[in-house]
Design a protein around this ligand. Structure first.
Ligand SMILES: [Zn+2]
Length: 409
């Protein structure tokens, strides 16, 4: 299929693409609570309007996963296009300049919660899925679309659930999570989430001879835990060399902010929550805190847990538990896969610049495909306003992502 013919067709339909993204944004799908039915209906109606069969597979009635599939006449590889329908919450939106679900377009940007993460991307995947359908007599292999719910809260009812069915694995998977037009993401960090509880006797705040303070013990324990950031991952020499390249480091910093290239290959520790004490004049008898450790490629959770167990053993008043459902290992696929070259070539054609394959700091559903040994890549809009108040996406970037994905064959 001639790329220029396809690009012309996409350009001629651009008003319809923008209007799909607008309606999709205007159908709130905050997770939590995660009711995505209204937004899923927007996508389903779009696909049906083009004569494409799509169905909902949902293990939770309010969390719709849309799937669609077609086989071309000539056999060949199977590509899966994937995105998520659920987005971050926006609370009551009082501190937003516009209604968080407005879908307003102003100064070349479409506004609303979840436009960047990831309604622009999911709309792009659905649109990109529809073009090969229109030109199916020219193509080979097969194509699947999975627009899932429950990405923001872990994937148990979304991609992880769908992938129990081999049909949705494919030979390669792409999605349009935010990363920016300068990058293709081929790997992501893992997560290790832990809950710590420190318990002591507690006492009147003036009677320090009576009890140790749970919050003070927690503070020392947190300082000791910082040592996990010094654990060095074992990278394959070829990957290590690739990640030291100046242009690759520049692309990582450009996409995720200055400093990202340093931490993308290191473990990091964030103490996300901490609660302790009832009153200022009481010695706290309980302190609970949660640690969010991000694991780089080449570092296994077991190695980190060994270090942490060693530390916790020195604190008889403390216990620790892993949040299993929220902990996932780091996983990478090849940065030399043909799909990387295809996406890079398409971006050059569409946006005039060639993106580089990089690792991501954040997590996406790609990990579930990679755990199944299916190469999975991300190419999407800039992450700048992702999850912020007044989130908005550049309409031009959205259309560039649509085109890049349409040509990803
Ligand atoms: Zn996302």
């Amino acid at each position: 299929m001639n790329s220029q013919i396809l690009l012309k067709a996409v350009e001629a339909d651009k008003d319809s693409h923008i209007s799909l993204l607008q309606s999709f944004t205007q159908a709130p799908s905050p997770n939590r609570p995660g009711d995505t039915r209204a937004a899923a209906n927007v996508l389903i109606s779009y696909l049906h309007s083009l004569g494409i069969t799509a169905e909902i597979i949902a293990s939770q009635p309010h969390m719709s996963n849309i799937v669609s599939n077609f086989n071309f006449t000539t056999p060949g590889p199977r590509l899966i296009m994937n995105g998520h329908i659920d987005v971050f919450p926006a609370n009551n939106g009082n501190d937003w300049a516009r209604d968080p679900w407005s879908g307003n377009i102003a100064n070349g940007r479409l506004h609303g919660r979840g436009t960047v993460d990831v309604k622009a991307g999911t709309a792009a995947s659905a649109i990109a899925y529809s073009y090969p359908y229109r030109y199916r007599e020219h193509l080979k292999g097969s194509l699947g679309l999975c627009a899932v719910s429950d990405e923001e809260t872990g994937g148990k009812w979304g991609s992880k659930y769908l992938l129990e069915d081999e049909r949705w694995r494919g030979d390669c998977k792409i999605n349009a999570e935010p990363g920016g037009l300068g990058t293709i993401l081929f790997a992501e960090k893992g997560t290790l989430r832990l809950t710590f509880v420190v318990r002591t006797e507690g006492a009147h705040g003036a009677y320090l001879h009576r009890s140790k303070s749970a919050t003070k013990i927690a503070a020392t324990l947190i300082e000791d835990l910082a040592v996990v950031e010094e654990i060095v991952p074992k990278l394959e020499p070829e990957l290590d060399e690739y990640l030291r390249r100046g242009d690759v480091r520049g692309a990582i910093n450009g996409a995720m902010g200055e400093g990202a290239a340093d931490i993308v290959i290191k473990p990091t520790l964030n103490i996300g929550t901490i609660y302790g004490g009832l009153e200022v004049n009481m010695i706290p008898d309980k302190c609970v805190f949660e640690a969010d450790i991000r694991l780089p490629t080449g570092l296994k959770a077991d190695q980190v847990m060994e270090v942490i167990h060693g530390i916790v053993r020195r604190y008889p008043k403390a216990t620790m538990e892993m949040q299993k459902a929220a902990s996932n290992s780091a996983v990478a696929c090849s940065h030399n896969h043909p799909m990387v070259k295809i996406l890079a070539r398409n971006t050059e054609l569409v946006a005039g610049k060639r993106p580089l394959a990089i690792l991501s700091i954040g997590a996406t559903d790609c990990k579930f495909w990679r755990y199944n040994e299916v190469p999975a890549y991300v190419f999407g809009v800039s992450p700048q306003t992702m999850a912020t108040r007044n989130e908005s996406v550049s309409v031009d970037e959205f259309l560039a992502v649509v085109k890049t994905h349409v040509l990803a064959r």
